[in-house]
Design a protein around this ligand. Structure first.
Ligand SMILES: *[C@@H]1O[C@H](CO)[C@@H](O)[C@H](O)[C@H]1NC(C)=O
Length: 181
């Protein structure tokens, strides 16, 4: 009797330690079901992109609602679009680009200007719970990033901002998916 009591006590302590250890190692596991929900059936946003995006942001460390996650995605889109626009400016300032690439880059610079103009409105709409307004603005921005990328393929020149366009597109679509749930 005494030994079996000790046995289960030890088991209890061990499982408590394992459980504690497990939660310590993966404090942001709550994101996985959320990312599976918004990314699982989506052809636009992958589960991995969702996980990588929110793991990289310290604001998600202690739990966040769908609305808060959408706000973070919108913030990241602003940061991304800002750095992409600057990068495009840098590419235009360089001498290496051919005429067709330069023309595409100019159009992308304008397109990213449009994304950045919409962003404060999108952020405010998310914050105020005006989700349909935010969704329509974010859908425009996703389409805008795609338009930039499509410009290069139509001109048959490689896109120097393919990764950036893909990130902007996916961030906008991720925010939209979160707002729809
Ligand atoms: C751009 O988006 C990616 C993908 O979500 C993110 O990891 C990165 O931190 C963002 N870049 C900036 C400059 O915010």
């Amino acid at each position: 009797m005494a030994s079996s009591f000790n046995g289960s006590s030890v088991l209890f302590v061990i499982s408590a330690l394992l459980l504690f250890g497990a939660t310590q190692v993966t404090p942001m596991d709550y994101l996985l079901p959320i990312c599976k929900t918004v990314g699982g059936g989506s052809t636009f946003v992958g589960i991995q992109f969702c996980m990588d995006t929110f793991h990289s942001d310290s604001r998600t460390a202690h739990g966040a609602t769908y609305q808060e996650l959408a706000a973070i995605a919108v913030d990241l889109l602003t940061a991304n679009a800002t750095s992409t626009k600057a990068e495009i400016g840098g590419l235009l300032g360089g001498k290496t680009a051919d005429a067709a690439t330069v023309q595409c880059l100019r159009s992308c610079q304008t397109l990213y200007g449009g994304i950045l103009q919409r962003q404060p409105g999108s952020a405010a709409a998310v914050k105020d719970g005006k989700f349909s307004e935010a969704i329509s603005s974010l859908e425009k921005s996703a389409a805008t990033a795609k338009e930039c990328e499509d410009g290069f393929s139509k001109s048959h020149v490689p896109s120097p901002v393919m990764v950036e366009n893909s990130n902007a597109f996916q961030l906008a679509k991720l925010a939209v998916a979160l707002l729809r749930y």
